[in-house]
Design a protein around this ligand. Structure first.
Ligand SMILES: *[C@@H]1O[C@H](CO)[C@@H](O)[C@H](O)[C@H]1NC(C)=O
Ligand SMILES: *[C@@H]1O[C@H](CO)[C@@H](O)[C@H](O)[C@H]1NC(C)=O
Ligand SMILES: *[C@@H]1O[C@H](CO)[C@@H](O)[C@H](O)[C@H]1NC(C)=O
Ligand SMILES: *[C@@H]1O[C@H](CO)[C@@H](O)[C@H](O)[C@H]1NC(C)=O
Ligand SMILES: *[C@@H]1O[C@H](CO)[C@@H](O)[C@H](O)[C@H]1NC(C)=O
Ligand SMILES: *[C@@H]1O[C@H](CO)[C@@H](O)[C@H](O)[C@H]1NC(C)=O
Ligand SMILES: *[C@@H]1O[C@H](CO)[C@@H](O)[C@H](O)[C@H]1NC(C)=O
Ligand SMILES: *[C@@H]1O[C@H](CO)[C@@H](O)[C@H](O)[C@H]1NC(C)=O
Ligand SMILES: *[C@@H]1O[C@H](CO)[C@@H](O)[C@H](O)[C@H]1NC(C)=O
Ligand SMILES: [Cu+2]
Length: 537
């Protein structure tokens, strides 16, 4: 007995120590087969590039502290002759995941941290999740369907008392949907400067377009009296969404994986790549209610298939008939009744004041029509007059091989070499932009010191996130370079990014060389990619 009494606490404290220092991570192995699949989520059949043949791709679920190992098998081979117009080589990008430094080479951004993986090849991405929790998504760098949710659950969630249900049925995956293949649309955009307009939108993989069949809308079921943690993911290529639920409010409790103080609204504008976790309570009479997901970004004038009224899902109470709501399809609350989520009104649950900036950068965005760029593009988006073009050798490879200053990169790589452990401020000055560019920083959160649409400057408890809009009103972001590595910083609108609205924040080249230790599997990717014929790249 004595022995037991003496060893038990010792065992316990060892166990706790291991959990805290992450010395014995739980490996969580996931396989995704990237395949060409014919899908018709809105009733129109098209060939897609998809994870496991579905849209959205399967849920990747993890717990706080896990090390995720995602094996991607590129099986984009079978229908080569019929599927031209979609790329064969691919990577996976895990939006919002920090990656701890030694592993940041697994971050998946083509030609920044890796070369794409060709057909019939596989790659295993290792993601040590550390302290991160919340709502994320994975995607490839194209608009042909490869997108899916990634949720990190926290068994000791400090917000657990705010909701009763949080499971695979409380994910709201919202995206635009395109009937044409992305390469053809990109070519047309670059030739004409006319940005493609989506054919419609999907709510959890179901939607409709004008003149299409009446596909059943996706149903989200709730029980009267219960509180649900709905995880909204805007997995759009271009479009943003205005989300509301007839007769219900939404209490925002997290933005891009960062827990916030509860904030009640009835309308949320979701930019491409953004995520919000909201509490929805079954506090209305048992019935069926429309969830309105109204697509922004382009007018039906440019694409007659698009009817923004058709983007929706159903909030169904247990006990109500299995039927569509009998109320009209609207675009959400009238202007007067709208309680819009304003980013600057959110405050993190755990405030971290933004330290003063050591280095200040100013980002001026512009579009140059009819440019003749090295890539042959005819429409260019610029940051400070430079339109990003991917290098042939990934930024990380160059850094490992000794690149130290901006002169070691081509002008078109728009790479900012930043010392480690500094505070960087990026200001988008007020401009005559008529679009809001959802700028996304890989591998890090930033503080939103000033949001577009507000003059409030907040350095005390600003929201931290990884996507924020830059537009006419001006936006100020701040982040630290305490994670060495080259981090892509780009507009999340697929068409803008591909036309050059992107840059790379190369944090701490010396520290990157010292700390980032790629394995042999990664080392082989570029040689394998470069050996592929162009049509397989
Ligand atoms: C994807 O499909 C493969 C092959 O069927 C399967 O082994 C794997 O578990 C699936 N992945 C997920 C995340 O469901
Ligand atoms: C991929 O493997 C399949 C089956 O082994 C083969 O038919 C096909 O030619 C391969 N494709 C490439 C691009 O290597
Ligand atoms: C630029 O391209 C557009 C569309 O092709 C064309 O209408 C316009 O005249 C061109 N402008 C110049 C300056 O070449
Ligand atoms: C899709 O392709 C069709 C046929 O070429 C074309 O008429 C339409 O404008 C394209 N749609 C988009 C969004 O590019
Ligand atoms: C997703 O992001 C795009 C681009 O910013 C935006 O147009 C669209 O409204 C967003 N969707 C949602 C549901 O917020
Ligand atoms: C929503 O509330 C309005 C009045 O506030 C009511 O007219 C309408 O019937 C309600 N909708 C449902 C589906 O109960
Ligand atoms: C869009 O869809 C709604 C609902 O079905 C319909 O009432 C409306 O007429 C459609 N709009 C157009 C322009 O067809
Ligand atoms: C971009 O080019 C314009 C026109 O040549 C020039 O006026 C402006 O100063 C340049 N901006 C930057 C940030 O280099
Ligand atoms: C950005 O801010 C400007 C200035 O406040 C405002 O006019 C514009 O509507 C905002 N853009 C969006 C999409 O909210
Ligand atoms: Cu943009």
């Amino acid at each position: 007995m004595k022995l037991l009494a003496a060893t038990f606490p010792a065992f316990l404290s060892l166990f706790v120590a291991a959990a805290v220092t992450g010395r014995s991570p739980t490996f969580n192995d996931v396989t995704l087969d990237i395949v060409n699949a014919d899908l018709a989520p809105d009733g129109f059949t098209r060939s897609t590039v998809s994870a496991n043949g579905t849209f959205p791709g399967p849920l990747i679920r993890a717990n706080k502290g896990d090390t995720l190992r995602v094996t991607m098998n590129n099986k984009l081979v079978i229908t080569l002759s019929t599927d031209s117009g979609m790329r064969r080589s691919t990577t996976l990008d895990f939006d919002g995941i920090f990656f701890d430094t030694p592993n940041s080479y697994n971050e998946g951004t083509p030609f920044v941290t890796t070369c794409p993986v060709g057909p019939n090849a596989s790659y295993t991405y290792e993601l040590p999740l550390g302290e991160q929790t919340g709502t994320y998504w994975y995607h490839s760098q194209h608009a042909d369907g490869l997108r899916g949710p990634l949720i990190i659950y926290d068994p000791d969630d400090p917000q657990a008392d705010l909701y009763d249900v949080d499971d695979e049925n409380t994910i709201w995956f919202i995206s635009d949907w395109w009937h044409n293949k992305s390469l053809a649309m990109l070519e047309s955009y670059q030739a004409t400067q006319i940005i493609p307009v989506a054919d419609g939108s999907l709510f959890n993989g179901a939607g409709r377009f004008n003149g299409g069949p009446e596909v059943s809308y996706s149903v989200s079921t709730v029980e009267s009296g219960k509180r649900y943690r709905m995880r909204l993911i805007n997995a759009s290529a271009r479009s943003d969404f205005t989300v509301s639920i007839d007769n219900h409010t939404m209490t925002v409790i997290a933005a891009d994986g960062v827990a916030t103080n509860p904030h009640v609204v009835n309308t949320i504008d979701l930019l491409a790549g953004q995520r919000y976790d909201v509490i929805v309570t079954g506090d209305q009479p048992v019935g069926n209610y429309w969830i309105n997901t109204v697509l922004g970004g382009g007018t039906p004038r440019r694409n007659p298939n698009l009817n923004i009224t058709l983007g929706r899902g159903i909030l169904h109470y247990e006990g109500a008939p299995d039927a569509e709501p009998t109320t009209p399809m609207t675009l959400g609350p009238d202007e007067a009744d709208r309680i819009l989520l304003n980013e600057w009104e959110l405050s993190p649950l755990v405030p971290i004041p933004a330290p003063p900036a050591d280095i200040e950068l100013s980002f001026f965005t512009s579009m140059t029509p009819n440019a003749t760029s090295p890539s042959g593009f005819n429409t260019e988006w610029n940051i400070n007059n430079i339109s990003y073009v991917s290098p042939l050798v990934p930024t990380l490879v160059k850094i490992i091989d000794g690149a130290n200053s901006e002169d070691d990169f081509g002008t078109k790589e728009n790479t900012f070499v930043l010392p480690a452990n500094k505070v960087i401020q990026i200001t988008f000055p007020p401009s005559d932009e008529d679009e809001l560019h959802p700028f996304h920083l890989h591998g890090n959160n930033f503080w939103v010191i000033k949001s577009n649409g507000s003059d409030i400057v907040n350095e005390v408890n600003p929201i931290r996130r990884d996507v924020s809009g830059a537009g006419a009103g001006g936006t100020t972001l701040r982040f630290t370079t305490d994670r060495p590595g080259p981090w892509f910083f780009h507009c999340h609108i697929f068409w803008h990014m591909n036309a050059g609205l992107a840059s790379v924040m190369a944090a701490g080249p010396d520290e990157t060389r010292a700390q980032v230790k790629p394995d042999a599997e990664w080392d082989d990717l570029c040689d394998a990619y470069n050996a592929l014929p162009a049509e397989l790249q």
